[in-house]
Design a protein around this ligand. Structure first.
Ligand SMILES: NC(=O)c1ccc[n+]([C@@H]2O[C@H](COP(=O)([O-])OP(=O)(O)OC[C@H]3O[C@@H](n4cnc5c(N)ncnc54)[C@H](OP(=O)(O)O)[C@@H]3O)[C@@H](O)[C@H]2O)c1
Length: 263
C-alpha cells in the first residue's frame, strides 16, 4: 500500500458491516486518515486504529436518511478524497420467474442508492480532485444466467460512471469500476430470490477470493491514476474478451457452467 496516498485523507465507504467493505475499512484502519463507515447497522468502530473511524447508520435506499448522513459527512469536511460505493445485494433467479418488485429493489440498492450518494457528495469529491470507486462484479460484464436483476443493476453502473469519468475529467475526478469475482462473504445469505425472499445460498464452490484479498486489489486500483475498468481474475478477463471476440461461445459456456443456477 502507498501509505502517503491515504494519509490525512477523507474516505467514505458503504457496506462496512461485513465482507469486502469491512475488509477495506480494516485494511485502511492502520493509516492516519478519516473513514466515514456507512451501514444499515451501527457498529462500534474497532479500537486501537490509527484511522479515525466515524460510523454512520444509513439505508442507502432511503432518500431522506441519505441526505441527512451526507449532511453529517459534509459538516465535518468539504473535501472527500475517496468514495467507495461498495454496498450491494445479489439477486438470483431466472428472469421469466423474477417479480418486477425484485428488479426494483435490486436497482434501488445497487444502482440508485449508489448514484444518490455520489451525487450528494460530488462537490466535495470535486474539491479534493478525488476518486469514486464502485464495486461492480464480473456479472456486470455480461448478462449472467440466473442473475438478470443483479447483472443489469451492476451493468447500469458501468455506463453511469463512464459518463461521470469523462464529464469530470477536467476537475481531476477519477471514476473506477471494480469487478471482483466470487468472494467469500455473506452476499449469498443476504441476497434475494426471484420472489423477493432471502436467498440463504451456500458460497460458490472452488478457490474463491477472500474479502481481504479483494480489498487489497481495491486499494491498488484506487492508487493507480489510470484505473478505469478493473478486473482481477481470469473469470473476469474471459467474460470481458469473449463478449467481443465470440459472444456465442461465451453464452454456450455460461449456459453449461451455470445451468444449475437457472434450473
Ligand atoms: N461476494 C461476492 O462474491 C462479490 C462478487 C462481486 C462483487 N461483489 C459486490 O461486493 C459488494 C460488497 O458485497 P460483499 O460480497 O462484501 O457482501 P456482504 O458481506 O453481504 O456486504 C454487503 C454490504 O452491503 C450493505 N448493504 C446492503 N444493502 C444495503 C442498504 N440498503 N443500505 C446500506 N447498506 C446496505 C450490507 O449491510 P447489511 O449488513 O446491513 O446488510 C453489507 O455491509 C456488493 O456490491 C457486491 O455486489 C461481491
Amino acid at each position: 500500500m502507498k501509505n502517503h496516498l491515504w494519509e490525512n485523507k477523507n474516505i467514505v465507504i458503504t457496506g462496512t458491516s461485513s465482507g469486502i467493505g469491512e475488509a477495506l475499512m480494516m485494511a485502511l484502519s492502520g493509516i492516519n486518515c478519516r473513514i466515514f463507515a456507512l451501514d444499515r447497522v451501527s457498529k462500534t468502530p474497532p479500537s486501537n486504529t490509527k484511522a479515525e473511524i466515524i460510523p454512520l447508520t444509513v439505508d442507502i435506499t432511503d432518500d431522506e436518511n441519505m441526505k441527512s448522513v451526507a449532511g453529517e459527512i459534509l459538516a465535518k469536511t468539504d473535501s472527500i478524497d475517496y468514495l467507495f460505493n461498495n454496498a450491494g445485494i445479489t439477486t438470483h433467479g431466472r428472469m421469466d420467474e423474477t417479480h418486477i418488485d425484485v428488479f426494483r429493489k435490486t436497482f434501488n440498492i445497487n444502482f440508485f442508492g449508489n448514484i444518490h450518494l455520489t451525487l450528494l457528495l460530488i462537490e466535495a469529491i470535486k474539491k479534493a480532485r478525488g476518486a469514486v470507486m464502485v464495486t461492480s462484479t464480473v456479472s456486470g460484464l455480461y448478462g449472467i444466467p440466473g442473475r438478470s436483476a443483479y447483472s443489469s443493476s451492476k451493468a447500469a453502473l458501468h455506463a453511469a460512471y463512464e459518463s461521470l469519468r469523462i464529464e469530470l475529467s477536467e476537475f481531476g475526478v477519477r471514476s473506477i469500476i471494480f469487478c471482483p469475482p466470487y468472494t467469500k462473504t455473506a452476499l449469498r445469505t443476504s441476497g434475494l430470490d426471484s420472489k423477493g425472499n432471502q436467498l440463504n445460498e451456500e458460497q460458490a464452490k472452488g478457490n474463491i477470493k477472500t474479502p481481504e484479498e479483494v480489498a487489497q486489489f481495491m486499494i491498488s486500483a484506487a492508487e493507480d491514476p489510470n484505473s478505469r475498468l478493473v478486473i482481477i481474475d481470469k473469470s473476469g478477463f474471459f467474460v470481458k474478451w469473449m463478449r467481443l471476440l465470440s459472444p456465442a461461445y461465451l453464452e454456450k459456456t455460461l449456459f453449461k457452467r451455470l445451468f444449475a443456477d437457472f434450473h
